[in-house]
Design a protein around this ligand. Structure first.
Ligand code: G3H
Ligand code: 13P
Ligand code: ZN
Length: 332
């Protein structure tokens, strides 16, 4: 049994309280390897931003749970070495079972998500409540994120063709019965790099897809029901067109890519939305730079010369998000 405090991590409780009252969102960046972790920490230290390091079940399988746990410990020490101790959360992203959440709680996670959004309402309540009882009874309180409503898109263990918006009429009951610390909602975001079908979008003069707006009316209704309660947005990558073009210029093919425009995320971050999940944008930045180097320097075979520039680009991307989109810069 490892408590997250031994690793130098914090849970989300205080961070969310400050983010909701301060009108900004904490970045939740997914990581699977060393370069991603280094770039997240570099960017968050330089911009003095708190950060949530997210691990999906796919990431645990890919990188090994012990390695990821020790990378989180390393992240805390790395921030210290870089000269500024930012609050760092280690969070399980899209936990799909009680057992997985329990395992993470026992191996140093300071926060877990139990994603029962694909279950019936009553089953979602029962599972989420069970995870909360375990997480909250730890010597060091572990925070829990639940989800109501279904996002479209595909992840490793959770996938859905169609989204179902969160019903504001359910949130008071769900939060009251489960005792979750934060609630992920569905208001039109979705996972991955193609968040909408072309037929759901319009096109600008250059043929670039313009997505339909997020359902801020649903968000406002939810905020009225549970004032000040921490809300989470998944599927919040913007899918920068520059990276899509770069990937395609160097041999990739990412047809019909479209994300959530930054101004909508800026607006969401000012509301009770206090955690914004971003994974795909990092994947795009990394892939774009790797493709560029491999094409432009065909004789290069040192992984450091290939992954190093990708890491630098990731850092730029995360700094930009913290400073210009989420408003988390200067809040650590
Ligand atoms: O929401 C899912 C995240 O993008 C993680 O994706 O399950 O492929 O690691 P993954
Ligand atoms: P994106 O695919 O939009 O980056 O969403 C990531 C996410 O929600 C992780 O849980
Ligand atoms: Zn997600």
């Amino acid at each position: 049994m490892t408590s997250y405090k031994e690793l130098g991590l914090v849970n989300t409780k205080e961070l969310f309280k400050k983010a909701v009252s301060g009108g900004y969102a904490i970045p939740a960046y997914n990581f699977n390897n060393m370069e991603q972790m280094q770039s997240i920490i570099q960017a968050c230290v330089e911009t003095k931003s708190p950060v949530i390091l997210q691990v999906s079940s796919g990431a645990r399988k890919y990188a090994n749970q012990n390695i990821l746990k020790n990378m989180a410990r390393g992240a805390v020490e790395y921030a210290h070495e870089l000269g500024y101790d930012i609050p760092i959360v280690l969070h399980l992203d899209h936990g799909d079972s009680f057992e997985l959440c329990k395992d993470c709680i026992e191996t140093g996670f300071s926060s877990v998500m139990i994603d029962g959004s694909h279950l019936s309402y009553d089953e979602n309540v029962a599972l989420t409540k069970k995870v909360c009882e375990l997480a909250h009874s730890q010597k060091d309180y572990v925070t829990v994120e639940g989800e109501l409503g279904v996002l479209a898109g595909v992840e490793d263990d959770v996938s859905s063709e169609h989204s179902h918006y969160t019903q504001p009429s359910e949130v008071v009951d769900f939060v009251g019965k489960t005792k979750v610390d934060s609630l992920a909602i569905s208001i039109g975001t979705s996972h991955g790099r193609a968040k909408f079908k072309p037929e759901q979008c319009t096109r600008d003069a250059n043929g670039i897809l313009i997505p339909p707006p997020l359902r801020f009316d649903i968000l406002e209704e939810i905020e009225k029901q549970i004032p000040g309660f921490p809300i989470v947005l998944h599927g919040s990558s913007s899918v920068p067109i520059e990276y899509v073009h770069m990937i395609e210029k160097y041999g990739g093919k990412l047809t019909d890519s479209v994300g959530i425009p930054e101004e909508q995320l800026r607006k969401a971050a000012k509301s009770a939305v206090c955690k914004i999940n971003i994974d795909s944008d990092g994947r795009l930045a990394m892939t774009a730079l790797i493709r560029k180097i491999l094409v432009e320097k065909p004789d290069e075979f040192d992984p450091r010369k290939i992954l190093g520039p990708a890491r630098d680009e990731l850092k730029k991307l995360y700094s930009h998000k913290n400073q210009n989109v989420l408003g988390s810069a200067g809040r650590a």
